[in-house]
Design a protein around this ligand. Structure first.
Ligand code: SAH
Length: 345
């Protein structure tokens, strides 16, 4: 049954559902049976734009692993690996420096698991981070994973803060204010705002970062978390839906459009530190890639394939330029307390 019809029936029977439930169920349905990436899909991502993205991440991991004393047993963990392109490029680059970890993918989508199996082959798949190995250091990468996790929203009404929910208006699903007072759940810094103001939090992202940070603090290793988002607390909904590379009403196509929200990088370092990990910093993607040698790698690729040079350079621009992905996307680095700091921070 169409998810929109199912939501409409549920809401008619039991009342509005939270934005968080709406987003969680919509994305579970959305990802499960399709490969949404690329020009034929709904959106594209950095590893699909240029091989240099994954290669530089692989070199970052290999450098850190080398300076951590080259532990023989180590796991590469990727959350939401998409088509497996980042893993393939990163592990190819890392291998040249002697890093050949076991591969673990945290992936909910059965369709994407099969694409990943074709590209990378020898991996272990996990439904969530709960079953990751606990016997050796983890080298963790998550690109555009946290943005897919459900956000909770609060909206300011004349009667105070309420949970933002999804109700029905005729045939349409629409955002509305829930019935219960939520003033106690609002961060004091943001509580004072005019009617209609929205506050967005992502408890699921905080839970994932807490879990990963605990693991690397206990086992050794590091994590690179890359996504679009903000580094200061702010009001407003960042919920957006992409369908065939166009923004559409986030409530109009549940399960048939990619729903994402900006990652709130302002809260994640404290979550990771409280779990025992070391925060390397959070930097803009463009600056990070340039610091890791984007220019030199692009020059080398252009020399090897002069006919492709304009396309290779345009793709690198897209990853690093401020008006493209260079400043909106952030890179947060975490490490075990006794591991070295990574390059680029
Ligand atoms: N990292 C990839 C893909 C990003 S799309 C890239 O950069 O191209 C988001 C990825 O996260 C997809 O692989 C999707 O199936 C996965 N995903 C989304 N929500 C998930 C969840 N709750 N649990 C596990 N995987 C999830």
């Amino acid at each position: 049954m169409d998810l929109k019809a199912r939501f409409a029936r549920l809401i008619a029977a039991t009342g509005p559902i939270s934005v968080a439930q709406f987003m969680a169920e919509s994305n579970a349905r959305y990802y499960d049976r399709r490969d949404p990436l690329g020009s034929a899909g709904d959106f594209t991502t950095a590893p699909e734009i240029s091989q240099v993205f994954g290669e530089l991440i692989g070199l970052w991991l290999a450098d850190l692993w080398d300076r951590a004393g080259r532990p023989a047993r180590v796991h590469y963990v990727e959350l939401g690996p998409g088509r497996g392109t980042l893993a393939r490029d990163a592990l190819r680059a890392a291998q040249r420096f002697g890093l050949t970890p076991q591969i673990h993918f945290v992936e909910a989508s059965s369709a994407l698991r099969s694409v990943q199996r074709d590209l990378v082959g020898d991996a272990v798949w996990h439904d969530d981070p709960g079953s990751l190995p606990d016997d050796a250091p983890l080298l963790i990468v998550a690109n555009e994973f946290l943005d897919a996790l459900p956000v909770r929203q609060m909206v300011r009404t004349a009667a105070g803060w309420r949970e933002r929910m999804v109700g029905i208006d005729g045939e349409r699903l629409v955002p509305i204010a829930g019935p219960r007072p939520m003033d106690a759940a609002v961060p004091p810094l943001l509580a004072d705002a005019g009617e209609g103001a929205i506050i967005e939090t992502c408890p699921a992202a905080a839970a994932v970062v807490d879990d990963l940070a605990r693991r690397i603090a206990a086992q050794g290793g590091a994590a690179l978390i890359i996504d679009y988002g903000r580094t200061a607390m702010a009001h407003g909904s960042s919920l957006q839906a992409l369908r065939a590379h166009r923004k559409v009403d986030p409530f109009a196509y549940p399960g048939r459009a990619d729903l994402t929200a900006h990652v709130d990088f302002s809260v994640l370092p404290a979550v990771a530190q409280a779990a025992g990990a070391r925060w390397m910093g959070t930097v803009e993607q463009g600056a990070f890639l340039i610091a890791l040698g984007l220019g030199a790698r692009v020059d080398a690729l252009c020399r090897a394939a002069p006919g492709e040079a304009p396309a290779i350079r345009a793709a690198a621009q897209r990853l690093a330029a401020p008006q493209a992905m260079g400043t909106l996307f952030k890179v947060m680095g975490l490490a075990a307390p006794d591991w070295p700091l990574g390059a680029g921070f």
